[in-house]
Every structure is written in structure tokens, then in C-alpha cells.
Design a protein around this ligand. Structure first.
Ligand code: FE2
Length: 535
């Protein structure tokens, strides 16, 4: 059966809208609205472009869809709003089914993993009035809900409060995580959160239920208690801010360890765990979970935040028709632009370009010479991370590369690290991955001291890296690029950062790539079978 999963921004509190299509249980497309509207996270937007793109990629028309599945089971009048949305934009409305937001996170995490059975857990800010769900899932028996986590006890909201208190905005949580490495665990949060025999409880009055995502989530009571740690946007970062971030990160890590242990205690499935929800983006905390081995195996999908909800919805819809949901084969589920389209765009913009027969080799040549390469190939990634199809690449052996990238390309906070992609078979040499494969870049690991010296630009101050392991099967062109780089430099590692400027979504179309290329210090752009020069 053909299922269209959607996540919509009918209110300003919904972000990361998008759409995904599954055919007989297999996810064939997953598209995010922000990529097409160029409005990061697309708060309060409806998935018009992403529905169109995901249907086009699946080669189906809207009237062939057997069922639309959406999150928002607790939202008022959502079915009629969705019906209006489809009729207005597509002149046709398939049957609609609403599902729970947390259930969609869990479905995305479990069914994309390929596991036969596992404990699955979601943790986020909130969705459908809850902030998490612990469940037991198997292909045979489906999803058994064990415990919902209340909105009052949202660990995601706690981290957002910290983010805003440090002068950033909702969605900037990863900046706090990067800053935490520079601080010490010195701030006492025991007046806000209390760990108990199960996991944690928040004390009332610190979280402010705001009327708009642009207002603060922390209350005056919170502000009074932590006054000296507060940072205004753009204020210079001091040690107090760093300590505040480090202490909050510690609380988050401790919370995750506790809830994983609690989940293990109430679930019959104690070997594997699948984890999704926005909190699963905190790759520093994930490192501790991986090293702690509470569960032998942890799987996090490439799109754990709300970006993955359409995939979860599509899986849940398949179950409804008794189709067996299939493992996610690839995260490259977004739009594709042919060489013909790329050439047309290059000609339209009077670009200086030439055709090449081996993009992976040409890119490696430039990288080995210290150039920064815009790398645009194939279908775009599902999820927040660039995984080798919409990436800015650089050579990690060059010591001041982090500074160059921050100054010339990303214009972002100096303290934030850059992530390395490494050949799968050489990962263990450079990083303590404990044999874990991390193709989706969702976990930091310790770098091995002797090898870390070879890639100074890709190791954070605390000697960690948010590493991506790349196999030939995962992404042949990207794998060959790193292999070619190794032949040139002896090191099978490349810095892989998303192809966008600070505050913007990842580039989607060839035109977006050109605008970012010419609007930044990227030296050369390799797009499909073409290399584009600035002069
Ligand atoms: Fe969520």
C-alpha cells in the first residue's frame, strides 16, 4: 500500500514539517519543507513543497495514496484542517489517520533500524502533550507502549531553557553542547530537577509555558536563581557561561543514563535500544550511553528529531494495512537534480565550469592542496546532518582549518567543532568507536591520542569527534573521495560539515549551492559531474 506520512506546522509550535512516502512498507522518499522554502526549521509552515517532492520522487500521484498519516492526535480539528490543506493544494484528499507524535518518533527509530525486536524510546521537548515514550517493539507484535513521559518532566524543554538562558534560540541546543566542553560541572541544578528511583522529576515554576516559540521558556524564578550565569545574545562568552553549559550537559547525560536503565528495567527486551526525539541529537550524551553499554546496541536514525516524524507516520500507516515496515536502506531520500539541470543552472548564471569524469578524485586533489570544497551529489539527506551529498569538505590535517572554516565559510561560533568522516575500515584506528558504526554522525567518540595529532582540525577540545563512518555501500562517491584523499595524504579522514551558511538550511537545489558557493569562502564547487570555479 502507498502511505504518505506528514508532519505539519499548523501552529507556531510545530517545526521541521515534511513528508515521506512508503510503498509496501519501504520508505522511498523523505523531504523537509525548510529545504524548499529556505526558512530553517520552517516553524508553523505546512508541507506543501515537501509533499509535492516526496510524491514526485516516489513517482506517484496524490490520488494513488491509500492513506495519509499525520502526527497531532491531540490537536483540535486537525483532520478537517488537513483535508482543507490537501484540497486547496492538491485538489484531492486521500483518507487521513492521526497518530501520536511520540509513537511516530518510536516507529521511525525502530522500523528504520532493521532490528527484529528492541526497546524503543523517544524524548523531545513535547509533542501531542507528552515529552517521551518508552516502548517494547517487535516486527512480530508491533509497538507496546510501556510508559509516556509527561510534558512537565520534559528533559528536552530543560535543555531548551538552558539554550535560551545562554543567549541562543530554540533549535540552537547543539551550540550549548559544543560550549559545554569548555566548562566545568559547577552549577547546582538540584532546585530544578530531582533524580529519583525511576529517572527524574522537575520542580514546578521554572519552565514558562510560552505563547510563541519566539518568547523565552524560562521563568522569572529560573532567572533569579541563575542570574549570574545569564548571557545576552551576542554577549561575549565567559567562564560562567561555559560552566553553566557544562553543568546542564552533565544533567542531561545523567538523565539519559537513568532513563535508559529504567527502560531496561521495565522492558522485556534488554539487548537493543532504538532512540529518537530531538534529545537524541545530543551526540555528546549519546557517547556516554554507548560507552556505558546499558544496552549492547544503540540505534539512532538519521532523522531523530521532528524531521523524522513523516517517516515514522509512513511506517505506522504500513502497519495499519499489515505491510511489514522495511529497514531504512539509505538516508539519501530527498530530491535529485540531474547533470542536465545542473548544467542549465551553470549556463544561466554565466559560471566558469568544466565537466569532469571522476568527481571523487578531483575533490580529493583540491582537498589535499588545502582547498575548501563544496560537494553536491545525488539525492539530499533526510535529517539535520550532511552525510556526504550536500557537504562542505576540508582537510583535517591542516591545523588552523577550523579557524579558516569558521571565518570564511560558516561564520559561526568559534568554539564549535567540525566533524570528521572516516573510511569505515579505518575508523577504529583513529577513534574509539568500540566497533559501533556511525554512518549518521549521531554520536561523538574519543579520538585515539596518537592518531588525533594527524587530524587536529577535526578533534574537539575535550578530545572527542562527532565522527561519521563511511562504507562503499553507504555512499560510493563519498567513500571514493576519502579513499583518494588517503592516497594523496596518507589520512583517510575528511572534515564534513553541512553545505550551508550559519542559520540557513542545507542547500537543496543547484541554485542554492551556487548562491552559497559565491557567497562564502568555499574555494571550489563540485556539483554532479561539474567543477565550478570562482574566477
Ligand atoms: Fe518531537
Amino acid at each position: 500500500m502507498i502511505i504518505l506520512g506528514v508532519h505539519c506546522g499548523f501552529t507556531l509550535f510545530n517545526h521541521e514539517p515534511g513528508a515521506a512516502v512508503s510503498i509496501n512498507g519501504k520508505i522511498v522518499s523523505s523531504c523537509e519543507e525548510e529545504r524548499y522554502t529556505r526558512n530553517k526549521e520552517a516553524w508553523g509552515k505546512l508541507p506543501i513543497y515537501s509533499v509535492k517532492a516526496s510524491l514526485k520522487l516516489a513517482k506517484i500521484k496524490v490520488n494513488q495514496v491509500d492513506l495519509v498519516v499525520s502526527t497531532g492526535v491531540t490537536s483540535k480539528n486537525l483532520k478537517s484542517k488537513l483535508k482543507k490543506f490537501f484540497l486547496e493544494n492538491f485538489n484531492y484528499c486521500p483518507k487521513i489517520k492521526l497518530v501520536n507524535h511520540q509513537l511516530a518518533h518510536v516507529a521511525c527509530a525502530f522500523y528504520s533500524s532493521g532490528f527484529k525486536k528492541a526497546t524503543a524510546i523517544s524524548l523531545d521537548g513535547f509533542g501531542d502533550k507528552k515529552s517521551g515514550l518508552i516502548s517494547e517493539v517487535s516486527i512480530e507484535k508491533g509497538i507496546k507502549k510501556l510508559k509516556f513521559i509527561s510534558k512537565k518532566n520534559s528533559i528536552g524543554n530543560f535543555y531548551t531553557m538552558i539554550t535560551e538562558f545562554l543567549g541562543y534560540k530554540t533549535g540552537d541546543e547543539y551550540k550549548v553542547m559544543g560550549l559545554a566542553a569548555y566548562g566545568r560541572n559547577k552549577v547546582d541544578f538540584s532546585k530544578v530537577i530531582k533524580f529519583d528511583s525511576k529517572y527524574w522529576k522537575f520542580k514546578g515554576g521554572f519552565y514558562s509555558d510560552r505563547q510563541s516559540p519566539y518568547l523565552n521558556t524560562y521563568s522569572e524564578k529560573f532567572e533569579k536563581l541563575f542570574k549570574k550565569y545569564k548571557r545576552k545574545p551576542n554577549q561575549k562568552i565567559n567562564q560562567l557561561h561555559k560552566d553553566f553549559a557544562a553543568s546542564a550537559q552533565k544533567v542531561l547525560t545523567e538523565s539519559l543514563i537513568r532513563i535508559f536503565k529504567y527502560a531496561k528495567s521495565i522492558s522485556n527486551l534488554k539487548s537493543k535500544i532504538c532512540f529518537a526525539g530531538g534529545v537524541a541529537l545530543n551526540c555528546s550524551a549519546i557517547k556516554e550511553l554507548v560507552y556505558d553499554r546499558i544496552f549492547k546496541e544503540i540505534y539512532i536514525p538519521p532523522n531523530p528529531s521532528d524531521r523524522g516524524l513523516p517517516v515514522g507516520c509512513a511506517y505506522l500507516g504500513s502497519l495499519f494495512f499489515k505491510d511489514i515496515p522495511k529497514k531504512l536502506q539509505t538516508p539519501f531520500l530527498g530530491s535529485f537534480y540531474s547533470d542536465g539541470l545542473i548544467k542549465k543552472e551553470l549556463l544561466n548564471n554565466n559560471c566558469n565550469f568544466k565537466k569532469i569524469s571522476n568527481p571523487s578524485k578531483v575533490a580529493a586533489d583540491y582537498l589535499s592542496k588545502g582547498k575548501i570544497v563544496g560537494w553536491y551529489q545525488g539525492r539530499s539527506e533526510s535529517g539535520a546532518r550532511a552525510l556526504g551529498n550536500r557537504s562542505i569538505l576540508a582537510n583535517p590535517r591542516i591545523k588552523n582549518m577550523k579557524k579558516i572554516l569558521n571565518a570564511k565559510i560558516k561564520y559561526r561560533e568559534e568554539f564549535r567543532p567540525f566533524a570528521p568522516a572516516v573510511l569505515k575500515e579505518e575508523a577504529e584506528k583513529y577513534f574509539k568507536t568500540l566497533g559501533h558504526q556511525v554512518p549518521y554522525m549521531n554520536c561523538t567518540v574519543m579520538a585515539n591520542n596518537s592518531y588525533a595529532k594527524k587530524i587536529p582540525a577535526a578533534v574537539h577540545i575535550d578530545n572527542t569527534s562527532r565522527v561519521q563512518t563511511v562504507s562503499k555501500k553507504f555512499n560510493k562517491k563519498f567513500y571514493n573521495l576519502i579513499k583518494n584523499l588517503k592516497m594523496k595524504t596518507g589520512v583517510p579522514v575528511v572534515i564534513n560539515t553541512s553545505f550551508n551558511l550559519k542559520g540557513q538550511p542545507i542547500v537543496e537545489t543547484p541554485r542554492d549551492a551556487l548562491m552559497t558557493f559565491f557567497g562564502s569562502g568555499i574555494d571550489v564547487l563540485i556539483m554532479g559531474s561539474y567543477v565550478v570555479f570562482k574566477k
